[in-house]
Design a protein around this ligand. Structure first.
Ligand code: THU
Length: 137
């Protein structure tokens, strides 16, 4: 399971999420989010939230990272790290949980922030009984 991620890999993933938040385009919410995902090939892909003047078109950091990885041919998400420059960690929104499920139903999900508080869980815990690819087979 992905929760058996080595300490160095965990550190790299968290660092990548922190760095990704620097690119956040969030002029409306002013809520910067960075995400990093570890894929089946062992690569790390990152993303940030990208907002739009038409608010409903805003894209979350997690989905930016996953879509970038998918577009590069990746099909397995082993772990997701989310960083927000806040006092408490931010858990992926419902839409992002569904998108993570597509490629990472067993993914480890780590949320970090600017305090020592973290959330470490799994996608299965965040989205139990998920609707996914198997339902369409
Ligand atoms: N946001 C994310 O990027 N990830 C989440 O999991 C929660 C919300 C973004 C979307 C929007 O740009 C801003 O945070 C405020 O909702």
């Amino acid at each position: 399971m992905a929760s058996k991620l080595s300490a160095p890999l965990r550190r790299r993933l968290k660092k990548a999420a922190r760095l990704a938040a620097k690119s956040s385009y969030s002029p409306y919410s002013k809520f910067r989010v960075g995400a990093a995902i570890l894929t089946g090939s062992g690569k790390i892909f990152t993303g940030c939230n990208v907002e739009n003047a038409s608010y409903g078109l805003c894209n979350c950091a997690e989905r930016t990272a996953i879509f970038t990885a998918a577009a590069a041919g990746e099909r397995i998400v082993k772990a997701v790290a989310v960083y927000t420059p806040t006092a408490t960690p931010t858990s992926p929104c419902g839409a992002c949980r569904q998108v993570i499920n597509e490629f990472g139903p067993d993914a480890l999900v780590i949320s970090i922030c600017d305090s020592a508080e973290t959330i470490e869980t799994t996608l299965d815990q965040l989205l139990p009984h998920a609707f996914g690819p198997a339902n369409l087979r």
